[in-house]
Design a protein around this ligand. Structure first.
Ligand code: SDX
Length: 443
């Protein structure tokens, strides 16, 4: 008989033994509650700040093997999808679970196109932002505001409502993103041109001026489509976790996606592609790279675009992006920052500090160099991450809503604060201790 799929735990405080079943390479942390030091004890709790080793859900959408550098959407390797698929076809795969046949792909494309327009009030809402508002801040606010336009979205257990909100968000995200860019440039908003592809229409809404019809450069249109494929989903990353936690309260998907956009905004997550370019511009030339590598090794700042919670090998997306860069530079001319990035990679991958910590280039290391070469301002880079990730977020949201094991997210804590104490009349209170390391100076 094979080895038992279980743990036998001995609690040395009581000498008692407990049998904890192992399922899918995990134990249910709730099973630890039966391990008690005394009858009145509430039982053991798992402690895992930042959820570094905790599975919060079962999912069929994306598979990552961080050691082998493998990424698959619904079982299809990212390398094949990037070469042979389109973003909208990949979005269908991620949302529906299978690649569409010709009829269903056409229907899907029409369903998305039908939702590229936004309510005219959205334009007035966006006009309220300062001219220099970061587009990610505009996106967080505007996506959240969509929940007030589509009140049917609250019916999250209705399949047709979930399908309609999914089409709306995938269709409208590029329109809102482009409008945020036009707002920052003081340019009029451009209506969608549904005769163009998904990325072609996005480029039109960004760049169309007085010409009757915008003609996207086919190389740039395809390059952006491949970048969108690469960013479409990535299992339980920070923004998807934020989405799932907010959605677990059964709020509408627009509010949950707004939370995901907010998480993606951070420089350690989707904001990293913007931070990489700022880092490369500060380094300025390849000969200054060694000095910056030394700084990062001393903990003075991070080599942005390097490292990953899951990938302890080269991010497969980064390899593909490097190839896309050459195609884009063929049209735009080479972005000189690529030489600094290549030198950073060359030196870092030979340095024990990075090698011992398994820090390799991630999806953000080269993507910003392409976006800059394509003429996007730095502040638009995380927006270019949010647009394609909408398909992943909607698939993850639907999976959460349908998962009978899920309920409202409410983690535990380890309380390390004061024990019970009596109220002190104001005249008897001591001068607060305002020293830097005093706990009373936390905010
Ligand atoms: C994305 O999760 C996803 O799937 C995200 C994403 C997706 O598609 O959704 O892949 C997209 O967010 C990619 C990551 C983009 N962020 C960056 O490029 C920012 C720079 N990288 C990091 O800050 C960091 O690597 C993280 C945030 C990505 C991962 O951090 P972890 O797993 O929490 O690792 P850690 O902070 O505990 O670091 C472990 C060690 C530390 O050193 P020691 O304390 O052991 O001495 O590695 C060091 C860190 O100081 N380290 C770095 C580093 N990243 C980690 N040192 C220098 N430069 C870095 N980039």
């Amino acid at each position: 008989m094979g080895a038992k799929e279980s743990l036998t735990i001995t609690d040395n405080r009581t000498g008692k033994q407990y049998e904890i079943p192992i399922e899918n390479g995990t134990i249910r942390t709730a099973d630890l509650k039966k391990i008690k030091a005394s009858p009145e004890d509430g039982g053991l709790v798992g402690y895992d700040p930042a959820l570094t080793n905790t599975a919060t859900c079962k999912s069929r959408i994306t598979y990552i093997d961080g050691d082998a550098g493998i990424l698959r959407y619904r079982g299809y390797p990212i390398e094949e999808l990037a070469e042979k698929s389109t973003y909208l076809e990949t979005a269908y795969l991620i949302v529906k679970g299978e690649l569409p046949d010709g009829k269903h792909l056409k229907a899907w494309q029409n369903n998305i196109i039908a939702h590229t327009m936004v309510h005219e009030n959205i334009k007035r809402f966006m006009d309220g932002f300062r001219y220099d508002a970061h587009p990610m801040g505009i996106l967080v606010g505007t996506i959240g505001a969509l929940s007030t336009f589509y009140t049917d979205a609250k019916d999250i257990f209705d399949l047709e409502s979930r399908r309609l909100q999914t089409r709306r968000l995938i269709g409208k995200m590029p329109t809102i993103a482009a409008a945020a860019y036009r707002h920052s440039r003081g340019l009029p908003y451009v209506y969608p041109d549904n005769n163009l592809s998904y990325t072609g229409n996005f480029l039109s809404m960004l760049h169309k001026m007085t010409e009757l019809v915008y003609k996207p450069d086919p190389v740039l249109e395809r390059a952006l489509d491949v970048l969108f494929i690469l960013h479409a989903d990535h299992e339980q990353n920070c923004s998807t976790n934020a989405l799932r936690s907010v959605a677990s309260s059964q709020v509408d998907p627009y509010s949950a996606v707004a939370a995901a956009v907010a998480a993606l905004y951070g420089p350690l997550h989707g904001g990293a592609n913007e931070a990489v370019i700022r880092m490369l511009m500060e380094i300025g030339s390849a000969d200054r790279v060694p000095a910056y590598i030394d700084k990062f090794k001393k903990g003075e700042g991070r080599l942005m675009g390097f490292g990953h919670r899951v990938y302890k090998n080269y991010d497969p997306r980064a390899k593909i992006i490097k190839r896309v860069a050459d195609e884009v530079f063929g049209v735009t001319g080479k972005n000189p920052l690529i030489d600094i990035a290549l030198e950073l990679e060359r030196i870092a991958l030979q340095d024990d500090y990075f090698v011992s910590r398994k820090l390799y280039p991630n999806v953000d290391f080269y993507s910003g160099i392409i976006y800059q070469a394509m003429g996007f301002p730095l502040t638009m880079f995380p927006v270019l991450f949010a647009i394609p990730r909408t398909a992943g977020w909607m698939a993850q949201w639907a999976e959460l809503v349908r998962d009978s094991e899920q309920k409202i997210t409410r983690p535990r804590q380890v309380y390390i604060g004061e024990q019970v104490r009596d109220y002190i009349p104001i005249e008897k209170r001591p001068e607060p201790d305002m020293r830097e390391d005093s706990v009373s100076v936390e905010i």
